[in-house]
Design a protein around this ligand. Structure first.
Ligand SMILES: Nc1ncnc2c1ncn2[C@@H]1O[C@H](COP(=O)(O)OP(=O)(O)OP(=O)(O)O)[C@@H](O)[C@H]1O
Length: 303
């Protein structure tokens, strides 16, 4: 298996003097769901367009499935599926007709893939119903089915849950998880809604004003957001001893910089401080940390 599906190195895209992307360096590994999170106008679609070959970078490099020459990339891009901005659907056609049109346009001979994908995205019962009468969620799922027609290894979905009602969101979310878990497709999905992405993504790329501000795994994000008491001290081992014997908790983490994160007693911090004091533990910092997803996102983008 390729170690990296995609690597970008200092990708920049300018429109006139405006930097839509600035020195974007990211890597995507197989089997993951990457959440590209940023406000409106932060550069999400631009990045997706450049990766998909719909737009050229002004400078910087792109490597797809280990290949970087323009000729090789043209071939490797056949391993991508994309739905950028709204799906391209013919409203006067039904599900099957839309699938067929796209299959023929892409030159894919396997007719069976049409029904397979229609079932996969849960549109098997739509029959003769025309797309113009579909809900937004159904249209998004049909768009995703179309983007899967070439059996892609990397799927790029630009705001697929934007504007959907809660049921539509849930259906698209479940579909994305299914594609990753059962079909082993790596997914890059953009949204301006971190709590929504939080339900599906395994990794996060935070973009703001065309710059990647942070990349982090789900575990790192959870750690950042989980409320805890932060204790910085000279002798963390002694602190742990007190936490276990006096406060009967092992729900803590010790960081290499002599810092203890305690996930219990967050709303009873005076009790912890008193216990440490009574046991003659000196600390240099004692504070409650951690945030909501939205606040964390805002702190990263400087809001
Ligand atoms: N063809 C273009 N010409 C000039 N400016 C552009 C062009 N395409 C995008 N931009 C600008 O680049 C910036 C990034 O746009 P982009 O569409 O990538 O943002 P986005 O994060 O996808 O936003 P949204 O969530 O609203 O879709 C925006 O300020 C946009 O106006």
């Amino acid at each position: 298996m390729t170690e990296f599906i995609l690597k970008t190195n200092e990708l920049t895209k300018t429109y006139g003097r405006f930097n839509a992307l600035h020195n974007v360096s990211i890597t995507l590994k197989p089997g993951k769901i990457y959440g590209l999170i940023g406000q409106n106008g932060s550069g999400k679609s631009t990045l997706m367009r450049v990766i998909s070959g719909l737009s050229f970078p002004t400078s910087g490099d792109l490597e797809l499935f280990g290949k970087s020459s323009p000729r090789a990339m043209q071939i490797e891009r056949k391993r991508l599926g994309t739905m950028i901005e709204s799906p391209s659907l013919v409203l006067n056609m039904n599900t099957k007709e839309n699938m067929r049109a796209h299959r023929i346009m892409r030159g894919i001979p396997n007719e069976e893939i049409e029904d397979e994908l229609i079932e996969l995205v849960g549109l098997g019962s739509t029959g003769k119903k025309k797309v113009k009468n579909f809900s937004l969620g159904m249209k998004q799922r049909l768009g995703i089915a179309i983007s899967l027609i070439n059996n892609p290894e990397l799927l790029i979905l630009d705001e697929p849950i934007n504007g959907l009602d809660p049921i539509g969101v849930m259906e698209v979310r479940n579909l994305i998880l299914k594609l990753c878990r059962e079909k082993h497709i790596t997914i890059l999905i953009s949204s301006h809604n971190l709590p929504e992405l939080f339900q599906v993504a395994t990794d996060y790329i935070i973009i703001h004003d065309g710059e990647v501000k942070q990349t982090l795994t789900l575990e790192q994000l959870e750690n950042k957001c989980q409320r805890h008491i932060l204790i910085e001290c000279e002798e963390p081992d002694k602190v742990l001893g007190i936490l276990e014997t006096e406060l009967a908790t092992t729900n803590y983490k010790v960081l290499p910089n002599k810092t203890v994160k305690l996930y219990d007693y967050v709303d009873r911090k005076k009790e912890v401080a008193r216990t440490l004091f009574d046991n003659e533990i000196m600390y240099t910092n004692f504070s409650v940390e951690g945030d909501t997803l939205e606040n964390y996102f805002l702190s990263v983008i400087g809001g």
